[in-house]
Design a protein around this ligand. Structure first.
Ligand code: SAM
Ligand code: SF4
Length: 361
């Protein structure tokens, strides 16, 4: 049961509600978002923090410098911003990070945003998490109307897990996944394919996920943000992974196109679904329906471009959302046609200087 508006909500939540009710009404009249290439923007990914309790070596350096807390949008501002996008036609909202579940009072934001599920303005509220804090929050996520989540897990080997994440505890993540499943959440596993690290383990990771009825999606390393070491040492093309899997399994393309970058196959031997996200070897931009907001309120209309629009300024400039809506419209009007990531020996540098943890993966 979700908590109704007046039944025992905290003052903090009340403040969010009061502010956003006005905002919702004001924005419902504004037009839906369509970019210059006719793509309807219906999916928003929001990084609620750049901080994380892990340090995956392909994502962050060990001594990552995080943003000053004062630069981050407050939970109320995040709610207002998300609600503005929902009023402009966003139907799916994904909360990510950094690690979204390490943000203090994160569940109050989830609870507050869930009102858009109640009204039918939003089809889906979801999140991407490393799973380390999931055991504590799974039941409440489900209670807030979250139905599906993505959990990132690159290996089932505790030592490799510690190497990849620098200090993570695999058991905590596995307990988080089980808690989520027990709470009725559908879990999809995301794994980054890493050269000389988990390449060999992908079949067993897939068998494990499919045995539990979870989809597995494989991701190619993207050249985002400066990290220790070059990308060439990490990158393995998924075309190669797929070819290797095909020697062992029967993979049949299926047309489960979610408007996102993943392309899916059905694996006959396991009966499960396997997704491939191949920004490096396959350009998926033509059907792109999404934009991203960082935890400081910067809007990126393309993961692979340095394009950026500051939404924090118009958000803070006035209590009504006219300026904000105009800034959003202008940014959507400039959404690039596509990206151009390259990793080879000549381009062993980040294509985009911001880290995935800032943009929201
Ligand atoms: N902390 C959460 C997690 O790990 O799921 C959410 C944020 S994380 C940035 C989102 C996803 O981005 C994870 O699946 C992670 O593996 C992936 N990721 C991070 N850096 C990446 C990179 N350089 N290339 C490809 N995927 C990356
Ligand atoms: Fe943290 Fe996710 Fe980045 Fe790993 S991939 S360091 S869990 S934000």
């Amino acid at each position: 049961m979700r908590i109704p508006r007046d039944a025992g909500t905290s003052r903090h939540q009340d403040a969010i509600w009061d502010m956003t009710t006005n905002v919702d009404t004001a924005l419902h009249e504004s037009s839906a978002m369509t970019d210059p290439f006719g793509r309807r923007i219906s999916y928003l990914r929001v990084s609620v923090t750049d901080r994380c309790d892990l340090r995956c070596f392909y994502c962050m350096s060990e001594d990552m410098t995080f943003l000053p807390k004062a630069d981050l949008l407050t939970l109320e501002e995040l709610d207002r911003l998300c609600s503005a996008f929902i009023a402009k036609g966003v139907r799916k909202l994904r909360l990510t990070g950094g690690e979204p579940l390490v943000r203090r009072n994160m569940m109050s934001l989830v609870r507050s945003l869930s009102r858009h599920l109640d009204t039918g303005a939003l089809d889906e509220l979801t999140l991407t998490t490393n799973g380390s804090q999931l055991a504590r929050h799974a039941a409440e996520l489900s209670d807030c109307g979250v139905r599906r989540i993505n959990v990132s897990l690159d290996t089932l080997d505790p030592d490799k897990f510690r190497t990849i994440t620098r200090w993570g505890d695999l058991d905590k993540v596995l307990a988080g996944i089980e808690a989520a499943r027990a709470a009725g959440l559908k879990v999809k596993i995301n794994a980054v394919a890493l050269k000389n690290m988990n390449e060999e383990e992908i079949p067993s990771l897939m068998d494990w996920a499919h045995r539990k009825g979870m989809d597995l999606t494989l991701i190619e390393v993207m050249p985002m943000g400066d990290i220790a070491g070059g990308r060439i040492d990490q990158y393995v093309p998924l075309s190669l992974v797929r070819a290797r899997l095909s020697a062992q399994y029967t993979l049949t393309d299926i047309d489960d196109n979610t408007g996102g970058p993943a392309r899916y196959v059905r694996v006959s031997e396991t009966g499960g679904r396997l997704g491939f996200i191949t920004p490096m070897t396959h350009n998926f931009c033509e059907s792109c329906n999404r934009v991203r907001i960082t935890c400081t309120g910067t809007l990126h209309t393309c993961l692979g471009h340095e394009d950026a629009s500051d939404l924090r300024k118009p958000l803070r400039a006035s209590a009504d959302n006219e300026l904000l809506a105009a800034t959003i419209d202008r940014a959507i009007g400039l959404k690039p046609k596509g990206h151009d990531f390259i990793i080879d020996r000549r381009h062993n540098r980040p294509s985009v200087s911001r880290h995935m943890s800032v943009t929201g993966g």
